[in-house]
Design a protein around this ligand. Structure first.
Ligand SMILES: Cc1cc2nc3c(=O)[nH]c(=O)nc-3n(C[C@H](O)[C@H](O)[C@H](O)COP(=O)(O)OP(=O)(O)OC[C@H]3O[C@@H](n4cnc5c(N)ncnc54)[C@H](O)[C@@H]3O)c2cc1C
Length: 604
């Protein structure tokens, strides 16, 4: 055994966002020992940034809502390539998981009669998002963290996992370094849950935080697990475009849910001109009806600003490309106009959207109660990820589970806002439960010292390269620029083939980067180590996007602008081949049970 500190747990959870915390709580409730490692400080995982709310058919604001409507909305939003079993479990279980959060101390905004208040969001038929102003993620993290710590979970923060350790086919632990001191450590566990979040840092403009470098996706892939649906990267329609230092920072959909409208440089509310056929029946065809919807009129239909994110993002791109954009290259999002509709509009906006008010005031010197914001699309979320069993969240590798954004299935080709926070608590719970069960059913495996030594050697290589070697930041920046330009919102085969060639060159450069300094909190070293993950997910996205020769949800192909019926029946699946090369195949989506089909038909 190599001479590194070894920590033993029954279940090891990697990631301290909503999914990781919920998994850890559930595993610990099953009386197994639980360790949680996270690259960030505890309390700072990306989930803390979530704003608009958590989707659950509580029916507190609109009694017509129920799990079936939520299920049908999720499948329609995902363009029917979702894992229907996950979509079903999610819709059925989200209300209980939200009520459980409340019982554990989460203080949601309230209805007049004291129940959890719910707000409108894109693609959701009824007001469905339980929220805490526009700081829902903070409340979720605070609640789960308090609850988890009292359950006795061991937390190892600022620790970065570099590789999963295997005994034969099974995952039996993880190896990595603590960011502060740069010391290696082995985690020996009977089951491992990946809850590492998203991949936004593979792109130049993103709403994601620094640790969203696709580590879980890459760790699973290199351990032999299958990834699925990697072509589906969500570009949120509204990120800040100005000033440059905060370009990409999210502007919550809650702004549009509260009545915010999108206009172009001509002052035209352009979304009314682009309502897709399959949403026409559910969408307002005039401004008055759209406004009434946002104010809770149950007889009104949603305004077109609340169509799905993929569609709204593309409409914004078109306005900008056709010369009707705002001065800094976006379009206008205006909530201040509601002063024409309600008294005390400024106070109302500040109460409903406090973070947005401060974000624009402090970072852009814009008062959103008086002026429109300038917004444009930003890389926000990946629908693709580790392919898991819907009920247990186990991956295709024994002992390895995944939950939250790094797992795939529930969202299909496009995620509805609010469905991530509910995904975290529904499937985080399931992952924790079944990882604990796996740990109880299996003895500990053996740590393979050769795997540990290989990972340690690879991690230290950048220190040994000559002082003139290229640093990691330029490689990272070139990757982000290339993904943004060639594998972004609108895709073409020739551009993506160029991106694949570019990725090969970036892999070569990443293998030669050198760093200076020592191992104690060395950001250059951390970035050099992130490159392998970023390049792995970038390649998976690129190959999957090339393979899907159609436009569906978040994947828009300029060269194949329509849906292909046959491709609507398959998911793309990525695996590491025996030769180490990335392999892609199409896998048929299993037939949906008749009762679920009936729900979808009835809700059309
Ligand atoms: C600004 C913003 C607002 C949003 N608002 C909403 C919303 O209102 N509603 C909604 O449903 N969704 C929203 N989303 C999306 C949602 O917040 C995320 O999809 C979700 O929080 C992801 O949670 P997670 O638990 O999967 O991962 P995260 O919260 O991203 O946590 C990942 C964890 O893994 C750790 N980690 C990563 N790699 C490693 C490694 N190698 N070793 C150790 N630890 C590692 C990280 O440090 C972190 O602790 C929003 C996203 C953004 C950016």
């Amino acid at each position: 055994m190599p001479d590194y500190e070894t920590v033993e747990h029954d279940v090891l959870v990697i990631g301290s966002g909503g999914a990781g915390l919920r998994a850890a709580i559930e595993a610990s409730a099953a009386s197994v020992s639980v360790g949680m490692v996270c690259k960030c400080l505890l309390g700072k995982a990306h989930t803390v940034m979530a704003e608009g709310g958590v989707a659950a058919a509580l029916a507190n604001v609109d009694e017509r809502d129920n799990w079936k409507v939520h299920f049908a909305d999720t499948m329609r939003g995902g363009q029917y390539v979702n894992n229907w079993r996950m979509a079903e479990l999610h819709a059925r279980e989200a209300p209980d998981r939200v009520r459980e959060l409340e019982a554990w101390g989460a203080v949601f905004d309230r209805t007049a009669d004291g129940r959890i208040l719910q707000r409108n969001f894109g693609g959701h038929k009824y007001a469905r998002l339980a929220h805490v102003g526009d700081r829902t993620g903070l409340e979720m993290i605070r609640t789960l963290q308090d609850h988890g710590i009292h359950r006795g979970i061991d937390v190892h923060m600022e620790f970065c996992v570099l590789t999963l350790l295997k005994d034969g086919e099974r995952v039996v632990g993880a190896f990595g370094y603590d960011r502060e001191r740069g010391q290696f450590k082995i985690f020996h566990a009977k089951a491992v849950v990946l809850a590492t979040g998203g991949i936004g840092k593979a792109y130049k403009i993103t709403s994601n935080s620094w640790d969203c470098t696709g580590d879980g996706h890459a760790l699973a892939y290199h351990a032999g697990a299958a990834l699925t649906d990697m072509e589906y990267v969500q570009f949120h329609p509204t990120g800040m475009v100005w000033p440059p230092s905060v370009c990409g920072m999210l502007v919550t959909e809650g702004v549009r849910g509260e009545g915010g409208i999108l206009t172009n440089a001509l002052g035209s509310r352009f979304m009314f001109g682009f309502i897709p056929d399959n949403y026409k029946a559910q969408t307002a065809d005039n401004e008055e009806e759209g406004w009434r919807y946002t104010q809770g009129d149950k007889n009104a239909r949603r305004p077109p600003e609340l169509l799905t994110r993929d569609h709204v993002a593309r409409c914004i791109v078109r306005e900008i490309k056709e010369g009707r954009g705002s001065p800094h290259g976006g379009v206008f999002l205006d909530i201040s106009w509601i002063k024409n509709k309600i008294p005390n509009a400024a106070e109302h906006i500040q109460r409903k959207l406090p973070s947005m008010y401060h974000q624009f005031k402090q970072l852009g010197d814009v008062d959103i109660t008086r002026q429109p914001m300038e917004v444009g699309p930003t890389t926000h979320y990946i629908m693709g990820g580790v392919r898991v069993n819907a009920d247990t969240q186990i991956s295709s590798v024994p002992g390895l589970f995944a939950a939250g954004e790094c797992a795939a299935g529930i969202n299909g080709a496009n995620r509805l806002g609010g469905n991530s926070l509910s995904d975290l608590i529904v499937f985080g719970k399931r992952a924790g439960e079944f990882a604990a069960k796996f740990a109880k059913d299996h003895p500990a495996g053996q740590i393979n010292s050769a795997q540990v030594e290989e990972a340690a050697h690879r991690a230290l290589e950048p220190f040994q390269r000559n002082p003139g070697a290229e640093g990691p930041y330029q490689v990272q920046s070139d990757l982000q620029e290339m993904m943004q330009n060639l594998v972004g919102i609108v895709r073409k085969e020739d551009e993506m083939l160029r991106a694949l060639e570019g990725l090969q060159r970036l892999w070569d450069r990443a293998g030669r980067v050198g760093i200076t300094g020592h191992r104690q909190f060395n950001p250059g070293w951390h970035t050099a180590l992130d490159l392998r993950n970023l390049l792995t997910v970038a390649e998976a996205i690129c190959r999957s996007a090339i393979e899907r020769k159609e436009s569906r949800g978040a994947q828009f192909r300029d060269d194949y602008p329509n849906k292909d019926v046959a491709l609507g029946n398959v998911n793309t699946v990525i695996k590491k081949g025996a030769d180490g090369a990335m392999q892609i195949r199409r896998e048929p989506i299993p037939e949906m049970p008749a009762e679920l089909k009936k729900i979808i038909e009835e809700m059309k």
